[in-house]
Design a protein around this ligand. Structure first.
Ligand SMILES: [Zn+2]
Length: 595
């Protein structure tokens, strides 16, 4: 289908605008999906929905943005309860649908109000079996940075919000590190509702091609296997339903391996904990990333997003009880990971691509006088099958054995780290008495590479090293984070320093990788002379090194450092990651429960 045919099909399928009570319709609907509303329509719509269906709709403010805007969620159900505690005790599945984490990709806001109004108007029986929590706009400050040129790679609406927050943070990189006020509020909402399925609605960037939507799910690669079959089945059935409604859906994110060159093919990947879809599976629940294709016109994108929400509501109502049972098994499995190998990062096997026949468009790659490189020019009027490599085998990359008992956070880092753990719903205990010297597992970094520029405001640290056993003591106020809890995979991801999305990976422990004390060269000179005079074995090793390692022999600082590193004044805590692991849980009598 050409783009214009798609457009006509889309328009014919829209609800006639004149049939809508105005208070329940969006600016988008009233403008034929040429425009989208400003944020003030969101509280107005929430109020109008709750007024129209008082028994089935309520709305709440779950936090405020840095600029003071309320973060709103609309709760919809005809199960007889709109209360999270009652929902949990009755085993009602909760579907959470989130729009506008990237506020320029605002399809989800307009699609969500449309889908929910349709379900409520026809009194759909599915609403008796599910609770839907709809967050129309997550990035509310970004939504109000409104303008016509905020999405240069997207077709409509006429004006839209901005990708990141008023603090210039990308919320879909903030799940694990939880820096922003918005994310802390969202983690609170997730803790309250504990949705079995969390759906994050976006529009893509990237090349031009025929498919109009991509649905990615986890646990597929990330997380516990107990949830994988149901999650994959949910993804494939949603795809079938969308295809039956005229869409061309994908089950992977279609960004070319070389972004500018479609012939480079596609890589399957697992999202990491900074993303919604990488984070929520670590809490043993299902997540879906929905990406409409940004070059489809806005009316079509909203329609497809609406169809996706309705399909997911139907599947949650039908299968939610089964999903909750699988999630409970995953929670149980997570509590017995102690001592087991746990895959914490994943990567595609780049050695064995299959061949994918991908429904693209004809394109050319002429030399560009403008860039001096190849340009890509798509011809969306001419469908063309791209036969391209597809790197579709995803394998565990970093695998770490879980500690036997848990992690120990020293008192020096207990305050900020305890707050983060609490926000993530991770249980821990505070040691009321200190712990004398005893064998603990410590991580000494052998290599730390810092990012050369900030990433989300952080100088990230690529840490390499190993755990080994040493004797250490701990002061009172230190934290014990037990491994035997449902969020074991999440806490390992946050506390294992080699994981890029851990606190160490995000740079929260960078100060521990800086050398803080030095020996003056003239002092080192004297120290070295004394050591050489009194330690013949050291003298032999030094001379051996001079013969074997010409680079060392040419480096005056390295030659002096050889002695400083072996001297009692050397800082034994440089490159020591301060969080430790223990094989024995501290006595519960000398700790109290937090988090
Ligand atoms: Zn996005």
């Amino acid at each position: 289908l050409s783009r214009s045919t798609f457009f006509l099909v889309g328009l014919l399928a829209l609800t006639p605008v004149w049939a809508l009570p105005e208070a329940l319709s969006t600016v988008a609907e009233r403008s034929g999906f040429q425009r989208t509303g400003r944020y003030d329509e969101v509280p107005a719509l929430c109020q109008a929905f709750a007024k129209q269906w008082p028994d089935s709709v309520r709305w709440e403010t779950f936090g405020h943005s840095p600029e003071g805007r309320p973060l709103l969620a609309m709760v919809v159900s005809r199960s007889g309860t709109l209360d999270p505690a009652v929902a949990q005790s009755r085993g009602l599945p909760v579907l959470m649908v989130q729009g506008g984490i990237h506020a320029g990709e605002i399809d989800g806001k307009d699609a969500g109000f449309w889908a929910l109004r349709d379900l409520l108007e026809k009194d759909d029986p599915l609403l008796k079996k599910v609770i839907i929590v709809f967050v129309p706009v997550f990035n509310v400050d970004g939504h109000e940075r409104f303008g016509p040129w905020n999405r240069p790679n997207q077709s409509g609406p006429e004006e839209m919000g901005w990708r990141v927050t008023s603090q210039n943070l990308n919320l879909n990189r903030d799940y694990a590190k939880a820096d922003s006020k918005e994310m802390l509020a969202m983690l609170g909402l997730l803790k309250t509702w504990d949705p079995i399925l969390y759906v994050d609605l976006h529009a893509t960037n990237g090349a031009q091609f025929q498919p109009d939507i991509a649905l990615l799910v986890e646990p597929r690669f990330v997380g516990d296997t107990a949830l994988m079959p149901a999650t994959r089945a949910m993804q494939l059935e949603t795809i079938d339903r969308l295809r039956a409604q005229g869409s061309m859906p994908l089950d992977f994110y279609p960004s070319a391996r070389d972004h500018q060159d479609p012939s480079s093919g596609f890589v399957l990947g697992a999202n990491t904990a900074r993303f919604s879809t990488g984070y929520w599976p670590l809490r043993n629940r299902m997540a879906m990333l929905v990406e409409t294709h940004s070059w489809k016109d806005y009316p079509i994108r909203v329609k497809i997003t609406r169809n996706t929400i309705v399909a997911l509501a139907e599947l949650t109502a039908r299968d939610g009880a089964e999903w909750l049972a699988a999630a409970a098994r995953a929670d149980e499995n997570a509590q017995s990971l102690a001592g087991q190998p746990v895959a914490l990062t994943f990567k595609a096997d780049e050695s064995k691509p299959s061949t994918l026949e991908f429904p693209g468009y004809a394109y050319q790659r002429p030399d560009s006088a403008i860039s001096g490189a190849k340009a890509t020019i798509f011809d969306p009027a001419t469908p063309q099958v791209w036969r391209v490599p597809f790197y579709d085998i995803v394998m565990p990359n970093l695998v770490v054995s879980a500690p036997r008992a848990g992690y120990l956070v020293p008192a020096s880092h207990a305050s900020w780290l305890g707050e983060k753990l609490t926000a993530h719903g991770i249980a821990f205990r505070t040691l009321t008495q200190g712990q004398g010297s005893r064998p603990l597992e410590v991580f000494r970094a052998q290599e730390v590479k810092f990012s050369s520029k900030p990433v989300e405001g952080h100088m990230t640290a690529n840490v390499r090293g190993a755990w080994s056993t040493e004797n250490h003591s701990l002061p009172p106020g230190s934290l014990f984070v037990p491994i035997d809890q449902p969020k074991a995979r999440l806490l390992m991801t946050l506390l294992e320093p080699e994981v890029p999305d851990s606190f160490a990976g995000w740079g929260f422990f960078n100060a521990h990788f800086e050398q803080k004390e030095y020996m003056e060269e003239y002092v080192a000179e004297q120290v070295a002379a004394d050591m050489l005079a009194t330690d013949p074995d050291l003298k032999a090793r030094f001379e051996q090194r001079l013969r074997d390692d010409p680079e060392f022999a040419r480096d005056p600082a390295a030659r002096l450092d050889f002695f400083y590193r072996r001297h009692p004044s050397w800082d034994n805590r440089w490159n020591l990651y301060p969080v430790m692991r223990t094989q024995v849980a501290p006595d519960p009598k000398v700790s109290h429960q937090d988090g």
